[in-house]
Design a protein around this ligand. Structure first.
Ligand code: HEM
Ligand SMILES: *[C@@H]1O[C@H](CO)[C@@H](O)[C@H](O)[C@H]1NC(C)=O
Length: 528
């Protein structure tokens, strides 16, 4: 999960690049370093210093596309940014470089202190924020959360419960309202975020203690809004021209940093309460449960690390799937032909659902069989990756496969957003939404899954190598579950069909302003 995108990249460029940018280099081809400020069509224009200032300023609102252009124009899809008073940053969309950073020389590219420091107050010692041995140990424990059995026994029921309790009723209500008021609509992005948040809470903490006397929902909604506030503050830390500003505010306990401290107290309080409920519930049942919290306790972790792990978990599972699904639903309203194909597959699978662990009318095995839907989701994330960029910090000096020199402490950023749009990787139609490309590779065409044969280092949407996203399978299951449960019952149409939504790569990416859709019940098979 890139907690960093906003942190360092966007606000930095918006504000500090303007003031601090002194010179930039593109590393073209091998070691031949040349100035980004001169050279090709897409690069900032000629004047080395002023040119850069002006270009960065001019491009501050379209940074993603500007970077993508720079990468596409670089012969090895890599450039280097150097700014006075800031860390040297290598930005790459080159699959060989990405494989080297994430796998080949993994040990030299930890997240690093600049990352863990900025996010430390939010993430503490959870898996997202640790390197080395502590990371390895937590990863081993957490991986048990994602076994096939855990997906079947915990994730399936959580999806089912949440869909029945809130997601489908909310869409039903919107469909009813749509009949009466011509322009009734819902923000489907917000609905999906709530859904994902509640699901991940249920999965990591169980629905334990969700009874009439002490219902879970109020705790979860308190937690959700504190999370939003805390994440936004931590993200804005990167926008301060120098880190000293937020550090001073934190030391003094003023302004946003004071607010952060208050929100963190709410988060810590709520999660601790949920953990305690879970313990009580386990004690009542006589123990024997095999969940994350008890496994960590058995391994000797203290309450704080367990709490931080739950925080990392929630961060990981919340905005990623909802972001991907929001773009998916928007793309479906844009590409009716694809929507029709996806819908046909969903409807076909519903004819033979007999009892394979049916979830809100959708069986988990049926979901696994949905190849067109899988392809459409991959294609969505190729163009709109939930984690748009992700950075590591070099422990020691190194040379990347394309010859780019990395100094000790340099930030090295791989860029899934740009990579999804590289013609060098995807061909001339890279910018088009064409799910079929995922089904035509030799591996996929012979009965494999959509995307088989595509390298994780060409499509690092879930990262790759030893630190690959642990929740990938759960994410696909969840996205397919929501897509089929919703599309089967409802037709969603963007309120402003012609408007191009804005992709905002904050902690995780989202759609600016949400996605307002009108909801209509599908005439056939549309019973809830
Ligand atoms: C479409 C949805 C998702 C995407 C695109 C995604 C992407 C990523 C990425 C890029 C990373 C690497 C972050 C980094 O190390 O800097 C990551 C890590 C991780 N993800 Fe996901 N993720 C998704 C869904 C989920 C879900 C639903 C979970 C479930 C809780 C999850 C759990 C994790 C965990 C635990 C890690 C940390 C792995 C480690 O550090 O060893 N992810 N994910
Ligand atoms: C969606 O609707 C809400 C409420 O009317 C509005 O505030 C918001 O700006 C809309 N979003 C977009 C992207 O138009």
């Amino acid at each position: 999960m890139e907690m960093e995108s906003c942190n360092y990249m966007l606000p930095l460029v918006a504000s500090c690049f303007f003031f601090l940018c002194t010179f930039c280099h593109a590393l073209l081809a091998t070691r031949r370093t040349s100035n980004v400020c001169s050279g090709h069509r897409h690069a900032p224009r000629s004047h080395p210093v002023l040119g850069c200032l002006v270009e960065f300023y001019r491009n501050r609102r379209r940074l993603l596309d500007w970077y993508t252009g720079l990468l596409a124009a670089s012969p090895s899809q890599t450039f280097v940014v150097e700014r006075l008073g800031a860390r040297r940053t290598v930005v790459t969309a080159n699959p060989a470089n990405v494989e080297h950073i994430l796998k080949g020389n993994f040990g030299n590219y930890p997240k690093g202190k600049p990352f863990t420091e900025t996010l430390g107050d939010l993430l503490g010692g959870g898996i997202f924020n640790v390197d080395g041995e502590p990371w390895r140990a937590q990863r081993k424990l957490v991986s048990h959360e994602f076994t096939a059995r855990a997906l079947r026994e915990r994730v399936g029921p959580a999806l089912d419960a949440e869909a029945r309790a809130r997601l489908l009723p909310a869409l039903d209500a919107a469909a009813d309202a749509g009949g009466e008021v011509a322009m009734a609509f819902v923000d489907v992005q917000e609905l999906l975020r709530q859904f994902a948040f509640n699901v991940i809470c249920r999965v990591s903490l169980g629905s334990a203690g969700d009874d009439e006397e002490t219902p879970l929902l109020p705790v979860m909604s308190r937690l959700a809004s504190a999370f939003d506030a805390a994440a936004a503050i931590v993200a804005r830390r990167g926008a301060a021209p120098v880190a000293a500003v937020w550090k001073a505010k934190r030391a003094l306990g003023v302004g946003s940093e004071r607010r952060l401290r208050e929100e963190m107290a709410v988060i810590h309080g709520a999660i601790t309460e949920l953990i305690l409920r879970r313990r009580r519930c386990r004690a009542r049942r006589g123990g024997g449960e095999d969940d994350l919290v008890s496994r960590m306790a058995a391994a000797g972790y203290g309450d704080e690390v367990i709490r931080d792990m739950v925080i990392s978990f929630i961060m990981a599972g919340r905005d990623t799937t909802s972001s991907a699904l929001t773009w998916f639903f928007w793309l479906m309203t844009r590409h009716r032909d694809v929507e029709a194909e996806v819908l046909r597959e969903i409807t076909d699978e519903h004819h033979d659902l007999a009892g394979d662990g049916e979830v809100a009318g959708v069986g988990l095995d049926a979901l696994r069989r949905m190849r067109v839907l899988h392809a459409a989701l991959c294609e969505t994330m190729r163009l709109y990756p939930p984690v748009a960029w992700d950075s590591k910090h070099a422990a020691e000096g190194d040379v990347l496969p394309d010859g780019t020199v990395v100094g000790p402490g340099d930030r090295v950023t791989y860029f899934p957003y740009g990579m999804g749009r590289m013609e060098a990787i995807w061909g001339a139609d890279a910018s088009e939404f064409r799910p079929w490309r995922w089904l035509t590779s030799p591996a996929a065409a012979h009965g494999g899954e959509a995307g088989d044969g595509v390298s994780a280092f060409e499509f690092p949407v879930f990262q790759g190598g030893p630190r690959t996203c642990l929740g990938k399978e759960m994410a696909f299951l969840q996205m397919k579950f929501v897509a089929s449960a919703v599309l089967r019952r409802f037709e969603l149409r963007a309120v402003e069909e012609s408007r191009e939504p804005v992709f905002v790569p904050l902690l995780t990416a989202h759609m600016a302003g949400g996605l307002n859709v009108t909801v209509r019940r599908r005439t056939k098979g549309g019973t809830c």
